[in-house]
Design a protein around this ligand. Sequence first.
Ligand code: FEO
Length: 168
Amino acid sequence: MIESIESLLNDQIQYEASASMQYLAMASWADQKGFNGIASFFYSQSEEERVHMTKLVKFVNERGGNVSIPSLDKPKGSFNSLNELFETFLESEIFVTQKINEIIFECLERKDYNVHNFMQWYVNEQLEEEALARTLLDKLNIIGDDKSGHYLFDRDITSFEEEGQEGE
Ligand code: FEO
């Protein structure tokens, strides 16, 4: 495996793991505040990111590369509002997309079409995740400070999730 690409894939393992722990912290915060729908949404996002991480670990190993399982920084655990919670979600997804694009760029530079092909799954996944995060944040911006709006948002978040994934 090309060294620079192996190194970027290892970095990506860390980003996916960090996203998983960040979303777990967000789920736990929402759970504590009584937003059960939002909690369930982020518990499931956390699981998804763990799958993204493990998929990379397995791929690097299958290709005969070296995986280095990273230690992680403590995730952000408290939020001032639902908007801040979902802004954190969107920022995290945008960051991950940028990092995936950097891997794609390196694959093309180094003509590693195998890894490039593998990474297409992540490119598509990011398109969906970012679109979902933007949709949810847009809805929260419309709701503003309205408490009954937050109640309905929490109740309906699972259906927003399905809406966002219709193109899948
Ligand atoms: Fe796997 Fe949503 O980053």
